[in-house]
Design a protein around this ligand. Structure first.
Ligand code: PMP
Length: 351
């Protein structure tokens, strides 16, 4: 067909499964606890009138709540429909040059998809043998850099000294630090914002604030970079954020005590899960996230993945070079993790 040649063809990103029915879902790094009760109140308080009319295109209330929580000015904050939307807009805005952008070979698998769809040249920089980032590897000509920190799916945090090294070696490129998991460990690059005008930090309410279903993400940067990002967003879609999400986002950010409570529970369960998994013969690096990226000494990851699925326990498995013997296990409630350990014990002793 002749129209075929005019069509943009892409290989899409594959999100983790969202199975129907009662399963133990440890495959997409969602929060196992409900969002703050104040979020539910905020959604219920959305009136008919608000649904009838378009939402605030400037997302003022949400931007203002986020800015005051992080002690930034409002012109340093951008919001979007989950950090996927924020990151996608960042790629479209900041990576318009000809030189390849850089990101690790093992990282969030949406980066190469956005690069492909927006036709951005890119180069994957191999992580070291232990999956850590070598900042020196990024000291090459580039059109931009993206680093998930802590990284996914490895769960490993790269120290801020290394992030600074990368920022200062590429002053002519925008460096995006994707901090989807930062609330669970590590140190935010937010403190570097006053010193590096080429830095953009992205965040999400999907993990530590239990709002994956609502889709709220945000970014921090200099007023100049945020303005460029906003201009692109307004050139694609003025109303990305819907009214209930705008209200709920404010409630989620304002309920700091509840945020601390659920984050601390996830971190405590993760620390316990690390001990249990080690006893079961798994090995992994220290996780700074709400998941553990583990390999078993004797049993292939794909086999464990399939057998867990038969028991209605979903974890994530990537059939990809270097990581095809690893499982990414999200941290669930204590009870869900107990069921996981029990299932693993059965699977491993049956062999
Ligand atoms: N960055 C990383 C590293 C992630 O793992 C995820 C979750 N899939 C996201 C960004 C996007 O999350 P969300 O769109 O839910 O904010």
């Amino acid at each position: 067909m002749s129209y075929e040649m005019n069509i943009r063809k892409v290989v899409p990103y594959t999100p983790g499964e969202q199975p129907a029915g009662k399963v133990i879902k440890l495959n997409t790094n969602e929060c196992p606890y409900p969002p703050s009760p104040r979020v539910m109140e905020a959604i219920r308080a959305t009136g008919e009138e608000e649904l009838r009319k378009y939402p605030d295109p400037d997302c003022k209330a949400l931007i203002s709540a986020i800015a005051s929580y992080y002690r930034l000015s409002e012109d340093q904050v951008f919001v979007g429909v989950g950090s996927d939307d924020v990151l996608s807009m960042c790629f479209l805005t900041y990576f318009a040059g000809d030189k390849p952008i850089l990101f690790p070979d093992i990282t969030y698998s949406f980066y190469d998809v956005w690069a492909e769809v927006y036709r951005i040249p890119y180069k994957r920089i191999p992580l070291k043998e232990d999956f850590s980032v070598d900042a020196e590897d990024y000291r090459v000509e580039n059109g931009g850099i993206v680093l998930a920190n802590p990284n996914a799916p490895t769960g490993i945090f790269t120290g801020l000294e290394d992030i600074e090294r990368i920022l200062s070696a590429s002053p002519d490129s925008v460096v995006i630090v994707d901090e989807a998991y930062i609330d669970f460990g590590g140190e935010s690059a937010l403190t570097l914002l006053p010193r590096y005008e080429n830095l953009v930090v992205t965040r999400t309410m999907s993990k530590s604030r239990a709002l994956a279903g609502l889709r709220v993400g945000y970014a921090f940067g200099s007023p100049k970079l945020i303005k460029y990002l906003s201009d692109v967003r307004f050139s694609v879609n003025s109303y990305t954020m819907n009214s209930p999400a705008l209200r709920a986002g404010v409630a989620a950010i304002e309920d700091h005590d509840y945020f601390c409570e659920i984050r601390d529970k996830v971190v405590a369960t993760r620390d316990r899960a690390e001990r249990e998994l080690r006893e079961l013969g798994f090995s992994f690096q220290k996780s700074s996230t709400n998941f553990i990226f583990a390999e078993h000494k004797e049993c292939p990851a794909e086999e464990i993945f399939q057998k867990l699925k038969e028991k209605n326990i979903y974890v994530r498995y990537f059939r990809k070079p270097r990581i095809d013997n690893y499982l990414r296990i999200s941290i669930g409630t204590e009870e869900e993790m107990d069921r996981l350990f029990e299932a693993l014990r059965e699977i491993l002793s049956d062999r």
